[in-house]
Design a protein around this ligand. Sequence first.
Ligand code: CO8
Length: 380
Amino acid sequence: MTTPAQRCDEVVISGSGLWTPEHVVTNEELVIALNAYADRFNETYKAEIEAGEREPVMRSDPEFIHKASGIRQRHVYVKDGILDIDVMRPLIPERGEDELSHQAEIALAAARDALEHSGREAADIDAVIVSCAYTQRAYPAIAIEVQHALGIEGFGFDMLVACSAATFALHRAYEMVSSGTARAVLVINPELVSPQVNYRDRDSHFIFGDVATAVVIERGDTAVSEHQYRILGTRARTQYANTIRSNFGYMSHAYGGDPFAPDKLFHQEGRAVFRDVCPMAAEHIRGHLEQHELQPSNVRRWWLHQANLNMNQLIAKKLLGRVPEESEAPIVLDRYANTASAGSIIAFHLHNKDLQAGEQGVICSFGAGYSIGSLILEKR
Ligand code: CO8
């Protein structure tokens, strides 16, 4: 169908979707595996470690993990291999070029859920954006594979913005719909992050989980779903920082070193990230609300990025002057852990339907880059 280039004053989120992997890994399971690996490694290299020629592998602790992050467990796409101290990575079988890719498979599950919630079909969608921390290949785009599988006309593309991938993609979708280049856009976040976790590193082995989320953004004048959220505004900010990084990429072939060395996996200076990002995120949200003549006290629901419970409480405290109630700023990271860009969308998906018409909420992500993205929503 040809889309009329008709500008649109009211753009809405008309539905969202969630795919949760069936496999769960608890903190205790992760710690047992890492500590067994550490004990064996440190015994094997005892002499070198004592001579200062090799660093020991540090043991982990489930109490530390819960206290420092609020995380109790995570869902993973494939559990096999993660807890095996001879493997310590998910054993995901490689698929042939004619098969549906892993990431497209989980993207499709979330997308179908979002289409159902929005009351939309493939024929109603003009664009597909797959936006996440990693795509499993550079091309063809996962978005185009998903577009093909769903039978959507129009166009699709992938984009990567680490933990702000979902919000930044929603911004692009909002602009497309408001400018009239698309009637409706499907934004999908297939966060298949477990292959990038270093399960031998106590600083980061507990942080991430897999999930997929999706959102339909469309014209308000034709939206049909029961729960609709008018997008009052979007705001983005980036500031370069090296404190969260992965060096894995297509250049690994040229470098000739170990393409799976620790620096090629996720690594961060967690304390520095915490210190830098909390004030940035609070200031960003306050400024965004002021642009719309709103105060933090006007916000009924905070759908915040889900990296760390203490981080969310500190950001909300900076804004509200108090620790928010669970019902004001729902937490999902205890069950899901950090799911990269999908965390705030899981929180939105699971905790939006009780809002009354005219009540406002904020979706906000913050993470690597640094990158911060927010949307102010109002229930219709
Ligand atoms: N068990 C026991 N001790 C531990 C463990 C552990 N598992 N881990 C660390 N320790 C030790 C440390 O070594 C340190 O010891 P010492 O004092 O002797 O040096 C001590 O405990 C304290 O460590 P930290 O200072 O690191 O502890 P924190 O209280 O700061 O907590 C956190 C660590 C939980 C990581 C915290 O700093 C945090 O959450 N920071 C924010 C991080 C964040 O939000 N990052 C965003 C990353 S996500 C993102 O941007 C998307 C990237 C793309 C996705 C990637 C997918 C793979």
